[in-house]
Design a protein around this ligand. Structure first.
Ligand SMILES: *Cc1c(COP(=O)(O)O)cnc(C)c1O
Length: 241
């Protein structure tokens, strides 16, 4: 079991490095976020023992249970919230997580900002729905920067978000449509990168360095398009219960 996970981790790392090399990028600039949702704390502990430094969870309460079980491992790991966050769980999320990838509305950002201790700044990413799938969370910008009306509506929202003093916007996150051919996700990843570049031009005081995109089936394509964090579950842990 242990060696199995260690082998899968090594294989995923190798594929990340290979994708980075092919894109002339430094593999060390890409963070592997191991997505442990629906898996028990013991498996998270195993992953950490095997060298995982970043863990992704999509539900606040599930993460709370795991963090309680893994309290002594807390300092070794960064916890990433990658799933939709309800405003009534903002306080708990601000306490538990090191990074929130899934900020998808100004109201949520404001709720989160109120829960962060005044001297702290919580790193966040803005989740963007660039693919236009109705089922997806995120700020809607179907078509990306080519969508001029959508962009014009988004910019003042981003400006308000950047003004929240306890949040530190680091970049963008997206979920590509699930398609049989990973290359079909490329336009979504490219659209997120182009939006990031546009926001960096418009709001140069913010770094916008982070692009959280790519999952088990499409992370190589995401890395080719500039991903700095890939969120990988099944390729490491197999099917979820
Ligand atoms: C579950 C999940 C992942 C990981 O997906 P896999 O296909 O298991 O790699 C990544 N991102 C988000 C937002 C998820 O909910």
């Amino acid at each position: 079991m242990m060696s199995n996970l260690a082998e899968r981790l090594a294989l995923v790392r190798e594929r990340i490095s290979e994708a980075a090399r092919q894109a002339n990028r430094d593999p060390a600039a890409i963070t592997l976020v191991a997505v442990t949702k629906n898996h028990p704390p013991a498996l998270v502990a195993e992953a950490i023992a095997a060298g995982v430094t970043d863990v992704g969870e999509n539900r606040v309460q599930e993460a709370q249970t795991k963090l309680a079980a893994l309290r002594e491992l807390r300092p070794q790991v960064r916890w990433h919230l990658i799933g939709h966050l309800q405003r009534n769980k903002a306080q708990l999320a601000a306490e538990l997580f090191d990074v929130v990838h899934s900020v998808d509305s100004l109201r949520l950002a404001e709720a989160l900002a109120r829960q962060v201790a005044p001297k702290r700044r919580l790193p966040i990413l803005l989740q963007i729905n660039v693919s236009g799938e109705a089922s997806k969370e995120g700020f809607d910008l179907p078509g990306g920067v080519a969508n001029h009306t959508g962009l014009a509506a988004l910019l003042p929202v981003v400006a308000s978000l950047l003004a929240l003093p306890t949040l530190e916007v680091r970049g963008l996150m997206t979920i590509a449509p699930l398609l049989a051919d990973p290359n079909a996700a490329r336009p979504t990843f490219r659209a997120l990168r182009e939006l990031r570049d546009e926001l960096a031009r418009r709001f140069p005081a913010t770094s916008w360095a982070e692009l959280s995109m790519g999952m088990s089936d499409d992370f190589s394509v995401a890395i080719a398009e500039g991903a700095t964090s890939v969120r990988i579950g099944r390729a490491l842990f197999g099917a979820r219960g």
